[in-house]
Ligand binder design. Sequence first.
Ligand SMILES: Nc1ncnc2c1ncn2[C@@H]1O[C@H](COP(=O)(O)OP(=O)(O)O)[C@@H](O)[C@H]1O
Ligand SMILES: O=C(CO)[C@@H](O)[C@H](O)COP(=O)(O)O
Length: 462
Amino acid sequence: MGLVAGVDSSTQSTKILVCDAETGEVVREGRAAHPDATEVDPAHWRRAFEEASDGLLDGVEALAVGGQQHGMVCLDGAGEVVRPALLWNDTRSAGAAEDLIAELGGPGEWAKAVGTVPVASITVTKLRWLATAEPENAARVESVLLPHDWVTHVLRADGGGPTTDRGDASGTGYWSPATGEYRPDLLSLAFGRELRVPRVAGPADVVGETASGVRLAAGTGDNMAAALGLGLRPGDVVVSLGTSGTAFGVSGDAAADASGLVAGFADATGRFLPLVCTLNAARVLTAAADLLGRPLSDIDGLALSAEPGAGGLTLLPYLDGERTPNRPDATGLLGGLTRGNMTPANLARAAVEGMLCGLADAVDALRAVGTPVERVLLIGGAAASEAVRVIAPALFGAPVEVPAPAEYVARGAARQAAWALTGGAEPPQWPVGSTPAPAAAHDGATRARYAALRDSGGLRQQ
Ligand SMILES: Nc1ncnc2c1ncn2[C@@H]1O[C@H](COP(=O)(O)OP(=O)(O)O)[C@@H](O)[C@H]1O
Ligand SMILES: O=C(CO)[C@@H](O)[C@H](O)COP(=O)(O)O
């Protein structure tokens, strides 16, 4: 077999891996940055793809795109983008989410209908926001796509209509993982009329071809692609520390959590992917480094030079508002300051501990809906941090392993492309090595201080 390519079109960048289709071995890689904003013209993702793939795709037979979930890409009748895409981390549709929940009869009705209680991240709420805040733009919209659907579509030269997959469709709020069908009634509820939506392709389908004859697989959401890249098994829970923090595991059953903490997504193989997503992850550490006037690389040494619990300093890291728990207007809080503990080392440690406590809560929410947690696999940009690897085992209440450093979203997309080439019931087996993080005694005191700050109210954004 030959070469396949996997694309990770995520919040901060596009990353591309070219892999051996049989073994998964990485042969070449490329990357390019995206703008730092919560609404982005999709043309930037195309430009980033072109930059990252420059000179990379020779000999590639198939390609798939994993993309940041939930972003709203609206097209007019001519297929042109109507306005910049609203991304998953744009919170302006928080009020629309509340309205939609009330209109359908409460959170339980949404969990039953589409597996997810809508918050500002979910596409259906962005459509409601557009319909009410920008009626002139809304009037021009004929179809709605997700970021990976759009990137896949513009790479196609075969003239076919847009496609998506179960995984990414399950994050829209108008497709049901339990029935495998769109809910046009919910699209109409949100937008006032129906819209054209992409065809949902099967996990190993070839959906089209690029101008140079590379076959395109369906692609999927970035978290579903990471699950595929890791070859996730029941009992494994991934904690991904990228722009978002996510915790997820594979399951044979569709989740429907009326509390809204767990989103009952589908995966990219025909199964399900219960997932908790936080808005504040890797960038909490960059923000802490900026506050301290130090490079990001100094955070590890500083954090590890402080004692567990950071001398009582606790950071609630809701720097961009928060999605889980659903507090779109929240701000961060630094609690427990004394003249004795107010040091750069304690602040760095509090940043790492605060970020990880948010994800430890996420792992607990998965446990609460019956997801088995036998081991936690740490991935994403901030999994490269030594302080994160050392501190995580004390907070997660489960053994932590760090898979061999790799871009797992792009790897999963490449594995899907290889599956589309080979066909068959299962994707090709690509081995993944991982290293256990050092075991540590459970740090219940830090979790408890974090929980007290989380539940204390706090200040809202102005
Ligand atoms: N050694 C490190 N320590 C802490 N954070 C890191 C480290 N290396 C990368 N990051 C952070 O990881 C983030 C990028 O992670 P990534 O998973 O690629 O994000 P995304 O997929 O959301 O674009 C950036 O915010 C970057 O600062
Ligand atoms: O909204 C979610 C999951 O529901 C996010 O996980 C996005 O999919 C963006 O991911 P990253 O860019 O942080 O990987």
